[in-house]
Design a protein around this ligand. Structure first.
Ligand SMILES: [Zn+2]
Length: 441
């Protein structure tokens, strides 16, 4: 048996994680231990197995967090969310471009104030951790102060996060625009200060082709070439009017994807938010470039943007990597459980269905693969960082009542997704430490 004499912490509960995609590998993709023990040293997983086998070998001083009977999964991962939009959620707008101009650009201007940004970041992290989200890839505002506030808060909580200051140099209020040079310089300085510091990672963030000139997209591409291990996050093909506008601004490009291809922003580190209105040629190029399509179901429904076509993306001869994200504040819930609930319904409307194992995989290991961090997070295999969420499928009276008839794990998981939210999150662990800020009580 593995030597666990240097273990300092253990988590006990019903452990669930994935080693493959359930939709492709069935039961072989799933790891489940009814009375399991996650054994940690320095926040990393040293061993995982049956409590009865591992507990006798734990050193005397190890702290045991006992959640017997509760489900424990890797912490949820949200690969597309906006820090400065916590007070944009639930704005009554027509569609994307109206929503941006009327509400979003007004709120984002406030993030130039470091005090406002710090308060917003503290709220944002409280909300993520309350919902069991331990990693996110975030857009900050155009101001360096917003990214500074984000990373300072993340460092304080020791969360593994990625973020970037948005780059936009046109079609936004003056207070929200940078220039190709200042956007490059400010991003570069933030990369130097934060990328790879502790658990922090930088994501280069040209907002989308409409709000960046060709010169700015070139500057973003230069950053990406100079820092090839940084993520790139942007938006694409969310809304038909947006697609038409982007094509008008870049008439030399055959389609929207070609814009990001032309400027070197379309590769395996690229998180392409929304990716709804795509042609077969574009999907093929996603697969060829290994770019990631990020599905934001609550946002797509709320803004009436369109229905993400999972099946077309995962076409077996050229599967595209998919992430699933909240997109707060176009999205309407911080909860990844609720996000998967709406993802399920978006697919239902198109005659497609994912089962509950596939949905849980998507927000843990699936999203870790999407952001290129599956060697670090999204799994309970030894060597991974221990970010975890403890779930209670009887968290509300309606859930407890429904659970009376449940006999299988997949049924329980589907109830968590369909009926659960932050109330179903009993605890959130970050590197093996309990960090849920708002406990039930
Ligand atoms: Zn977005």
């Amino acid at each position: 048996m593995k030597d666990i004499s240097r273990a300092d912490t253990a988590l006990r509960g019903r452990l669930l994680w994935f080693v493959e995609r359930p939709e492709e590998h069935g039961a072989g993709a799933v790891r489940y231990i009814e009375d399991g023990l996650l054994v940690l040293a320095g926040g990393r997983i040293l061993a995982v197995g049956e409590t009865s086998a591992l507990r006798p070998a734990l050193p005397a001083g190890a702290v045991i967090h006992d959640h017997s009977g509760r489900l424990i999964t890797p912490g949820f991962i949200d690969p597309h969310i906006h820090l400065p939009q916590t007070q944009v959620v639930a704005s009554w707008a027509a569609q994307l471009l109206d929503w941006l101009n009327t509400y979003t650009f007004v709120e984002e201007q406030k993030y130039g104030d470091p005090a406002h940004a710090a308060r917003g970041a503290a709220f944002f992290f409280d909300e993520l951790l309350s919902n069991g989200t331990t990693t996110a890839v975030a857009f900050c505002s155009v101001h360096s102060a917003s990214a500074e506030a984000f990373f300072a808060e993340s460092e304080r909580r020791n969360t593994r996060m990625a973020a970037g200051k948005v780059m936009m140099d046109r079609y936004a209020p003056d207070a929200l625009t940078d220039t190709p040079q200042s956007g490059y310089d400010d991003s570069k300085a933030l990369i130097g200060r934060w990328h790879g510091r502790g658990r922090q990672l930088y994501a280069i963030a040209p907002r989308f082709a409409i709000t960046s000139t060709p010169e700015q997209l070139e500057a973003a591409a230069a950053l990406s070439r100079e820092h090839p291990d940084c993520l790139v996050e942007t938006h694409i093909s969310e809304n038909l009017e947006e697609v038409a506008t982007a094509k008008r601004l870049y008439p030399e490009c055959a389609d929207y994807t070609a814009i990001y291809e032309k400027y070197g922003l379309f590769g395996r580190k690229s998180l392409m938010g929304h990716s709804i209105h795509l042609s077969e040629s574009e999907r093929q190029r996603y697969a060829d470039a290994d770019a990631v399509a990020v599905f934001c179901p609550t946002s797509n429904l709320f803004l009436g943007s369109g229905l993400f076509d999972w099946k077309a993306m995962r076409e077996p001869r050229r599967p595209v990597r998919i992430g699933v994200a909240t997109d707060i504040g176009g999205g309407t819930s911080y909860s990844m459980l609720q996000t998967m609930n709406e993802a399920y319904k978006v697919l239902q409307l198109q005659g497609q269905r994912l089962d509950s194992l596939a949905l849980f995989h998507a927000m843990t290991r699936g999203n870790a693969i999407a952001i290129g961090l599956d060697h670090l997070i999204g799994s309970f295999e030894p060597g991974h960082e221990c970010d975890a969420v403890v779930l209670d499928a009887r968290a509300t009276p309606a859930m407890a009542h429904r659970m009376e008839t449940v006999t299988t794990l997949p049924e329980e998981l589907f109830i968590l997704i369909t009926m659960g939210d932050d109330r179903a999150v009993e605890e959130t662990y970050v590197m093996g430490e309990p960090k849920k800020p708002r406990k039930r009580g």
